[in-house]
Design a protein around this ligand. Sequence first.
Ligand SMILES: [Zn+2]
Length: 87
Amino acid sequence: MTMDVSCPYCGLRLTGHAQAYAGAPPIPFAGAVSICLYCAHISLFDEGPLGLYLRFPTPEEWTELRADEALLTAQATVEKERWRWQG
Ligand SMILES: [Zn+2]
């Protein structure tokens, strides 16, 4: 399966990933949430004809995502620390 995964906000091409929750599948899957380590925006993995890609959440998905305190805490951490990874 090919994977053309770029952040839909900043366009950064993902070259790696890490799971944030114990017990989560070790590879990205359709429906998995992504936090960009460059711009700290939240996007969702989806599967198209060419494989997995990242897309903007729908308004309904945003409602659910905004209620996930663990996710928002993780995003805040990335937002605070991302300058370290950008060099
Ligand atoms: Zn980004």
